[in-house]
Design a protein around this ligand. Structure first.
Ligand SMILES: NC(=O)c1ccc[n+]([C@@H]2O[C@H](COP(=O)([O-])OP(=O)(O)OC[C@H]3O[C@@H](n4cnc5c(N)ncnc54)[C@H](O)[C@@H]3O)[C@@H](O)[C@H]2O)c1
Length: 355
């Protein structure tokens, strides 16, 4: 192949898509600082919740497979389209795999061309925590200082960091059925300056906590919290019930709580409220954030964020990361899009590449 043919075959700028690897995502988070990253990310998530009607929305597309689920989470506004690929396999940790892994794409609506491809395993943990703490700002009781954290796996420390950054909570009560998970979380969080109490049961963990985060993984109707364990005035941040047949709370708690959700059409399929009638009243968070619905009304109210994770939160995270990495070395260019000189001569480009 002569030099002229070679240069004709070299990718043009249109062929390249910025890619953020896991190593670069971690470098980026440290560069910004984890608490500031969580706070700024939460601001992007809130901004997008506040312009909810502008988004194209659908419940995520879930493929239920033995032992887990693989999901695609798309959404778009009139300028950008985003989607995330994510799995949930509760038994994965036994074989050294993560329960949740993810990657995502952001594209320009006008051309359909991707403008970002990024790891989203770390980013999902950050966005889930940022969303929980953002919701905590609206729903947690005033002056909350103590959070119970039931389930001390991969998401646990991210939740703790976000609740401190956004809600000022620095005291944690940890419980996991696997004591080694609790020890791991204690070790990681003590270094970050948290005051930690390890607990012998979920019942023990919720003692004196104003916020209860449930963050367990088990593909079944589990009962992490029963009605007698939850008092008036607490806020429950329920993360782990996010799939049909996979819940964490006893139904009686749901009947007593004021329930807040991301997107009812998805939460009724996947969240704790799959245990309730289809018309059970829930409040949509975007309306609370816009001041169109009430959040916490009084000190006695039991509030529940029935979190399942919605596509706009990933869209916000993609948008945030794209702004951060543009024209920096946190992204590398991938030769991902075929770009023939004549857009209709795709075959000619392939033929010439044979040399
Ligand atoms: N709502 C969201 O947006 C969102 C986002 C990410 C993950 N999740 C869900 O959050 C959950 C946790 O994810 P992860 O990545 O931390 O999983 P993980 O497997 O790393 O950790 C889960 C932990 O729960 C513990 N556990 C299981 N059953 C328990 C029980 N009965 N009592 C106490 N602890 C128990 C396990 O021992 C483990 O340490 C998963 O169910 C996942 O699907 C939700």
């Amino acid at each position: 192949m002569n030099a002229e043919t070679l240069s004709q075959l070299a990718p043009s700028h249109l062929a390249y898509v910025p890619f953020v690897s896991v190593a670069n995502m971690m470098r980026l988070v440290h560069h910004i600082g984890i608490e500031r990253f969580l706070t700024d990310l939460a601001a992007h998530i809130e901004e997008d919740f506040k312009r909810w009607p502008e988004f194209d929305k659908t419940p995520r597309v879930a493929s239920h497979v033995p032992g887990g689920v693989i999901e695609l989470m798309p959404t778009a506004d009139d300028r950008l389209y985003g989607f995330k690929y994510v799995n949930g396999h509760p038994k994965n940790t036994r074989t050294g795999h993560q329960t949740v892994t993810a990657f995502g794409v952001l594209s320009e609506v006008s051309t359909g061309y991707p403008v970002l491809l990024t790891e989203m395993t770390v980013l999902t943990a950050l966005r889930t925590a940022a969303t929980s703490a953002l919701v905590g700002k609206y729903l947690a009781p005033k002056g909350a200082e103590v959070m119970a954290m039931i389930g001390n796996g991969a998401q646990c420390e991210f939740q703790a960091m976000a609740f401190r950054a956004l809600c000022g909570i620095n005291r944690l009560r940890l419980y996991d059925i696997d004591p080694s998970a609790t020890l791991k979380a204690k070790r990681n969080l003590e270094v970050q300056g948290f005051e930690i109490t390890t607990c012998s049961s979920a019942q023990d963990a919720v003692e004196g906590a104003q916020v209860i985060t449930t963050c367990t993984a088990d593909k079944q109707y589990a009962t992490i919290l029963t009605d007698n364990m939850v008092g008036r005035g607490q806020h429950i941040n329920a993360i782990g019930g996010d799939c049909p047949g996979k819940t964490e709370l006893h139904r009686d708690i749901l009947l007593r709580a004021d329930i807040f959700v991301e997107y009812p059409e998805q939460t009724r399929i996947e969240g704790e409220i799959q245990q309730l009638a289809d018309d059970h009243p829930v409040t949509e968070l975007w309306q609370v954030m816009r001041g169109e619905a009430e959040g916490r009304r009084n000190e006695a109210q039991l509030t529940l964020f029935d979190s399942v994770g919605f596509a706009t939160e990933d869209f916000s995270a993609l948008r945030y990361v794209r702004n951060l990495v543009q024209n920096t070395d946190f992204a590398e260019n991938l030769d991902m899009l075929a770009d023939p000189d004549d857009p209709r001569d795709l075959f000619g480009m392939l033929q010439r590449s044979a040399g």
